[in-house]
Design a binder for this molecule. Sequence first.
Ligand code: ZN
Length: 121
Amino acid sequence: MPSTLARLRARAFHRQSGRCFYCCCPMWEQSMEAFAATFHLSSRQARHLQCTAEHLHARVDGGGDSQSNIVAACRLCNARRHQGKAARDAAHHKEYVERLMRRRRWHHPWVFERLLRSGGG
Ligand SMILES: [Zn+2]
């Protein structure tokens, strides 16, 4: 039986059309193999884009497992928010990620080449 957090993650994944809350890259939730095949990625590469449950209000700060507090974020964006010194709050992390995404400096180059090239952007 899936945990509450897993259910909230799945719901957020669908609500966000399978895209990361921070970097807006496509993510995978169930099948890494299918995702990797679609975008021609190695499994090592695809791991970065695994959908994770991200607490907007961090758990260490008392944020709970509720629908309003859970968004879907790729593994890389989630991990980097909580890395290093003080974890950024979600709004600042989103601004930070969006700024670096515009400069194509957040993800590895293959993300921009293989996942985000459609749409003529
Ligand atoms: Zn992301």
